[in-house]
Design a protein around this ligand. Structure first.
Ligand SMILES: [Zn+2]
Length: 221
């Protein structure tokens, strides 16, 4: 039985999961989405072997920051350590999404970070999308390297693996996951036809200011 106070959080995970699936960012059995349980050191996350198209609230796994399952529920995703590392480091983060979206994953395999190519990238993600070195998916290391690649930003690529994003809301995190994939596709396309020109930081001040004010979730002190 699902407790009433948990229900809205479980629903947020299910609805978010269905959105990233519908947008083609993850297929069944890959990636994951989690939501922080209010102010607690606990999260709700999609289960291992997740079937996005038939996912239901009682299949969402409730775990604490040590990775222990609370109550009954399916085994959590093997990548929970990645999610927990972000929640621990960034108290403002409400939602973490990990995808294997194709264009971003392609760039992660040829180990190409995405430089600043569009203004919206700065506004929503905080700048370039950097690349975390390879870290085995189910280990602590993947969290460490992801945090380093994220730096103060909202999204990063994981070498030979995919994408990690985090946001102050589920809506924001979905937006970031989509935007990383869109930028990866655009950058990939631009590389096919010429040499991409990066935007200059000196012209981006107002966009950095918008990022800091509206979307950054990196602790200020
Ligand atoms: Zn993965």
């Amino acid at each position: 039985m699902v407790l009433e106070k948990e229900l809205e959080f479980r629903k947020e995970v299910v609805n978010g999961a269905k959105k990233i699936y519908e947008k083609g960012l993850n297929d069944n059995n890959e990636g994951n989405i989690s939501v922080r349980f209010g102010r607690k050191e606990e999260i709700f996350i999609t289960p291992t072997a997740n079937q996005y198209d038939s996912l239901m609230v009682d299949q969402i796994t409730h775990i604490d920051f040590e990775g222990n399952v609370i109550g009954k529920g399916k085994i959590p995703s093997t990548e929970t350590k990645l999610h927990i590392a972000l929640y621990k480091a960034r108290p403002k983060v409400k939602c973490v999404i990990h995808t294997h979206s194709p264009y971003a994953t392609m760039l992660s395999i040829v180990r190409k970070p995405i430089p600043i190519i569009m203004e919206e990238q700065v506004v929503f993600l905080g700048g370039s999308i950097d690349l975390a070195p390879y870290g085995e998916a189910h280990t602590e290391k993947v969290g460490e390297v992801a945090l380093k690649a994220l730096n103060k930003k909202n999204g990063a690529l994981l070498s030979n693996h995919g994408v990690i994003v985090c946001g102050k809301s589920v809506v924001n995190a979905i937006k970031y996951a989509e935007l990383v994939e869109k930028l990866a596709k655009i950058y990939w396309g631009a590389l096919q036809v010429g040499t991409p020109i990066m935007l200059e930081n000196e012209n981006l001040e107002k966009f950095y200011e918008m990022y800091d004010r509206l979307f950054s979730n990196f602790p200020k002190k």
